[in-house]
Design a binder for this molecule. Structure first.
Ligand code: SAM
Length: 452
């Protein structure tokens, strides 16, 4: 009697940005084609892959400490395969297996499309494999089993050529390369056919999309094409660089119906001196000018940003300029980081590195200001009726549902006995809390299909 062999099991651990989440999904999809089944449990897996981040040292420390834990598992089960993929793999290359010799496989982002072949090789040969060379840009559309999620990420371009002096992305993700619109649209149509209602178009510098294509195109044109996909309700995109923010894109945020009124626009610092040393390619005045244009064109726009404190040479005065910028711009949300010296970047070798306790104090001060500013923006939403895309059950109260406004705020409210999952409904905001809004279903006429 013949028995079917059990499928080998894959456990994936993902660190870092949304692009990594997207890549992990692709890897799960590609390995499903090789008959690997996903498992939530590391101790149940035949293959454990860590999809890593290298943007700050702390992100790398987390991976090494995870690898330390996996060492014991590998000692108990030597047949277990352990792989490290993604940005840290691309940056650290051979150093990962030097420091953690129990790692069987290391591969960078360009090799993701070949994950099936790499895993098969390491399984057959049983010796460490390192694959961190350049590779062609391949759009991988494989996905894990099951229906599409309600909200999905779609990578539209990879890499970055901005060469900010603090950043490893040009090393880890290579130069800017865009996927063709037809391939992106096909992927989104497939997602929508499976029930997806919202896509987030991803790129390290997403608003530089299309410059490298022949014929060249831009993000505004892509947004219009995605907008035409029936059944899709919302389009987000991230991350935009101020340097590439065009009038055309600003108008697209206003005019393309499914594009939400939300923009993540990293400022990094409010000081011209620091911006110049970061090689950001804009001044504080230019950034404020862009914000003025954005607010004049899209009055309801919610803005978020990334900021770095303690960049080499940042003085108290420089830091104070970042704080005043946050107040002046009134961001809805701020992501602030302590500067972390990254190998091979110009800033790592700059004089006047800022001591860690100073960075920590500045970060706390900045976050306190950002929180107060964000709370004011939230409070201003009280009493308004906003369309909410319902995407789950409230974490605090199983009798309530949760969803997001177009400006990306979480809203919890009672569904009044209706099954609203995946619907866009009008909700009256009744209370702004520190991390979410409370609301109640508004008795509004139904919105036209596909909008919201
Ligand atoms: N490409 C985008 C841009 O710069 O406009 C952002 C990509 S990056 C993955 C996300 C954020 O991490 C950056 O905007 C920056 O604030 C922060 N970051 C990057 N390198 C850093 C470093 N060496 N130390 C601290 N934060 C860093």
């Amino acid at each position: 009697m013949a028995f079917a062999r059990a499928m080998p099991k894959l456990h994936l651990i993902t660190y870092g940005c949304q692009m990594n989440e997207y890549d992990s999904e692709r890897v799960a999809g590609l390995l499903r084609d090789e008959r690997y089944e996903l498992t939530e449990r590391a101790d149940d897996a035949d293959l454990i892959l860590l999809n890593t981040c290298a943007i700050r040292e702390k992100a790398e420390d987390k991976v090494y400490s995870q690898l330390g834990e996996l060492k014991r598992m590998k000692a108990a089960r030597p047949e277990l395969l352990i792989g490290v993929m993604g940005c840290m793999a691309q940056l650290q290359r051979g150093r990962i297996q030097e420091r953690a010799p129990h790692v069987d496989l290391v591969f960078g982002s360009p090799a993701i499309a070949r994950v099936g072949e790499l895993v098969a090789r390491v399984r057959a040969e049983r010796r460490p494999l390192l694959e961190t060379g350049e590779g062609p840009l391949v759009k991988i559309t494989a996905r894990p089993a099951g229906a599409s999620p309600l909200k999905a990420f779609v990578t539209v371009m990879e890499g970055c050529e901005k060469h900010c002096t603090f950043c490893v992305v040009p090393t880890t993700r290579g130069r800017e390369r865009s996927h063709a619109p037809a391939v992106i649209l096909d992927e989104i149509r497939g997602l929508v056919a499976g029930g997806c209602r919202e896509v987030t178009l991803l790129g390290q510098t997403v608003n530089a999309y299309g410059r490298d294509l022949d014929p060249a195109t831009d993000l505004a044109a892509l947004l219009e094409q995605v907008d035409a996909i029936e059944g899709l309700a919302r389009i987000r995109f991230t991350t935009s660089n101020p340097y590439n923010l065009t009038d055309r894109l600003i108008r697209a945020i206003r005019d393309v119906p499914k594009v939400v009124e939300y923009l993540h626009l990293p400022l990094q610092s409010g000081s011209d001196r620091v911006l110049a040393r970061m090689n950001r390619g804009y001044t504080r005045a230019r950034y404020l000018e862009l914000i003025g244009e954005l607010r004049a064109t899209v009055p309801d726009l919610a803005l978020s940003t990334d900021l770095i404190v303690g960049f080499p040479g940042e003085t108290e005065d420089d830091f104070a300029e970042t704080v005043t910028a946050v107040r002046e711009i009134a961001y809805d949300n701020v992501f602030a980081f302590r500067y972390s010296a990254r190998p091979g970047t110009p800033a790592a070798g700059m004089p006047d590195q800022v001591p860690e306790p100073v960075k920590a104090r500045r970060l706390n001060e900045l976050l306190a200001v950002a929180q107060a500013v964000g709370a004011e923006r939230s409070a201003a939403l009280e009493g308004r009726v906003l369309p909410v895309l319902v995407d789950g059950v409230s974490r605090r109260n199983a009798g309530e549902v949760t969803g997001r406004t177009r400006c990306n705020r979480v809203v919890n409210f009672a569904p009044e006995g209706r099954d609203l999952h995946g619907d866009v409904v009008d909700v009256r905001i009744t209370q702004a809390l520190p991390h979410s809004l409370r609301g109640e279903l508004a008795a509004a006429p139904p919105r036209p299909a596909g909008m919201g």
